[in-house]
Design a protein around this ligand. Structure first.
Ligand code: ADP
Ligand code: MG
Length: 264
């Protein structure tokens, strides 16, 4: 390898232009063959570097977000869920609600795609540059309770207040102890008007008094969450059961019974 080439590699390393460095030979070939002007060639090199940096950032943000599974909007069948307004979901996918620090509530019975949409919208938010953290309501509350016992509540609240979008999944599957509800309230207050929360729940907002075991705390939480918010209510039957029924495993009446049990 000649000296000039080695020096170029060192300079690219120093400038942290690692995509250009790692593909230097093929990029030089590509540019050489293309008869690009110097400016266009430089633009091509910048594009490659930026796209690698974006991809790295997205990969890193995805691992930090701790999604339970990978789902995207492209994989969501809107036709199977006619109660959803696809246009509204696409608007939410622009991440503007995150930019504005607004809350998003995804409500509906089990299996209708709430978690799928939460993950998909979280990924879209990451793609436009926001930090995201996904946590189940049970894990979140358990972490806050434990942190308080350990005298580290403030640290934990800061941890959950930091990401630009906090996704809290499955709020209301289990009712919260009044004490836990109060800790959740502290988190909502800390995030209020600073960062967005996306909350999925199988309970309608009117039932949140029961979820939080205390109507006063529930009102205080809802007051903050609903102040700047989007509420998306999904109706209809479970996607999983629907798929099973299609494949002949269930009849309509078993599915209806399952839906009743699930919402009981
Ligand atoms: P919920 O959180 O409302 O209980 P999930 O989001 O976990 O439901 O959905 C259950 C499963 O069905 C997931 O694997 C999800 O990807 C899939 N699913 C639900 N609704 C749809 C849909 N409309 N299109 C594609 N997959 C869906
Ligand atoms: Mg779910």
């Amino acid at each position: 390898m000649d000296l000039a080439h080695e020096q170029l590699l060192r300079m690219l390393t120093r400038l942290k232009l690692t995509a250009i460095r790692d593909q230097l030979d093929s990029l030089l070939d590509e540019v050489g063959r293309s008869e690009l002007t110097l400016r266009d060639a430089l633009a091509l090199l910048c594009e490659r570097e930026i796209s690698r940096k974006d991809q790295r950032r997205i990969d890193m943000a995805l691992s930090i977000a701790k999604f339970p599974f990978l789902r995207d909007l492209a994989g969501f069948d809107f036709k199977a869920q006619p109660s959803l307004d696809a246009k509204q979901i696409r608007e939410l996918a622009t991440g503007r609600f995150v930019a504005n620090g607004e809350a998003l509530l995804l409500l509906g019975p089990p299996g209708v795609g709430k978690t799928h949409l939460a993950v998909a919208l979280g990924r879209e938010a990451i793609a436009v540059g926001y930090s995201v953290l996904f946590v189940s309501a049970t894990a979140l509350v358990a972490a806050l309770v434990k942190a308080q016992l350990d005298g580290r509540l403030d640290e934990k609240l800061t941890h959950y207040a930091k990401p630009k979008l906090l996704i809290v999944d499955e709020l209301g599957y289990l009712p919260l102890e009044p004490h836990a509800a109060h800790l959740f309230f502290q988190l909502v207050s800390r995030r209020y008007e600073r960062g967005s929360m996306l909350i999925t729940s199988n309970r309608a907002v009117a039932e949140w008094g029961t979820v939080f075991g205390d109507p006063v705390v529930a009102t205080a939480i809802l007051d903050r969450l609903l102040h700047h918010s989007h509420v998306v209510t999904i109706r209809g039957e479970s996607f999983r059961l629907r798929e099973k029924r299609r494949s002949g495993l269930f009849t309509q009446s078993t599915t209806a019974k399952a839906a009743v049990t699930a919402s009981a």
